[in-house]
Ligand binder design. Structure first.
Ligand code: PLP
Length: 274
């Protein structure tokens, strides 16, 4: 029953934003946007490892533990590269936490900002250097390294947004990278007629964090949405009530969309186990 109510609530959040509910078929309610970001990066991590040319079939950290390091084909001086890196512009601190918790590692989170737009008064100040992003994605694809691109809508200190999401999404798609959109603060700007197009942009995410306890002033209602009905996150498979989560197929169907709204993932888990 509680699960049905949550799923309905998550549908309503998507409805509110004008995002077709089928676009994010995996959803869950979380304790907050930090938890949503952790789940988003965990989904991304195992989806990318499943496609890694360096690892055995069906390898996931959730199931198999930390992967061996990957030999660096480009730099003999540096014998190993991390299997996954994160590219972002002024991500919320919880993305660093998520990198730590998911084993990706904080040192593998890199800034990819456009140096020419440091003006914090500019609402679109979280601009990616698109040329640099394209080059990084190309290199990563060539050497078999997974990339998670984290885009922010509404930076918590400045209110800044990331522009060019359609271009970023196309680049990610072309290079097999995962696009996580952290719209915890700014996603609901899409309710304003002038910014309605942000809903179309959020639809482009492989995973999406929304948080109703920010602009909506709701009592703890964070959401995470992940694309693709196939993305089943193994790491959550033993949690009763989160049946939608499994693993992403190695081929095709990368659209594993998810939504996590509010509530308390961990709390719920404790309840159900008791
Ligand atoms: C507030 C915020 C978070 C973390 O949200 P909590 O609900 O406090 O865990 C993550 N990302 C962004 C962009 C935020 O504004």
């Amino acid at each position: 029953m509680a699960v049905a109510v949550e799923q309905k609530a998550l549908d309503m959040v998507l409805d509110l934003l004008g995002i077709p509910v089928h676009r994010f078929q995996g959803r869950s309610v979380t304790t907050g946007a930090t938890a949503s970001n952790i789940m988003g990066l965990a989904c991304a991590r195992d989806a990318l490892l499943l496609n890694s040319p360096h690892l055995p079939e069906n390898y996931t950290i959730a199931e198999n533990g930390f992967p061996p390091s990957i030999p660096s084909p480009t730099n003999p001086g540096e014998s190993f590269i991390p299997p996954i890196k994160v590219l972002t512009v002024k991500a919320h601190g919880s993305i660093l936490k998520a990198a730590a918790v998911t084993g990706i590692g904080r040192m593998n989170v890199h800034e990819a900002a456009d140096a020419s737009s440091p003006n914090l008064q500019d609402p679109w100040s979280l601009k990616f250097d698109l040329g640099k992003l394209a080059r990084e994605l190309e290199t990563a694809k060539r050497i078999g390294q997974g990339v998670i691109v984290v885009v922010t809508l509404g930076e918590v200190n400045t209110g800044g947004f990331t522009p060019d999401i359609p271009v970023i999404a196309d680049l990610c798609k072309a290079h097999g990278a995962w696009l996580h959109i952290d719209a915890a603060f700014g996603g609901f700007a899409a309710l304003l007629p002038h910014y309605k197009y942000l809903s179309r942009e959020m639809e482009m995410a492989d995973s999406l964090t929304l948080d109703a306890h920010k602009w909506l002033n709701g009592p703890r209602l964070a959401c995470r949405f992940a694309k693709s009905s196939r993305l089943r996150d193994r790491e959550f498979k033993e949690v009763p009530g989160v049946a939608a989560v499994r693993r992403i197929a190695r081929t095709g169907q990368k659209r594993v969309y998810w939504c996590v709204i509010s509530g308390t993932f961990a709390h719920k888990r404790a309840e159900r186990h008791s």
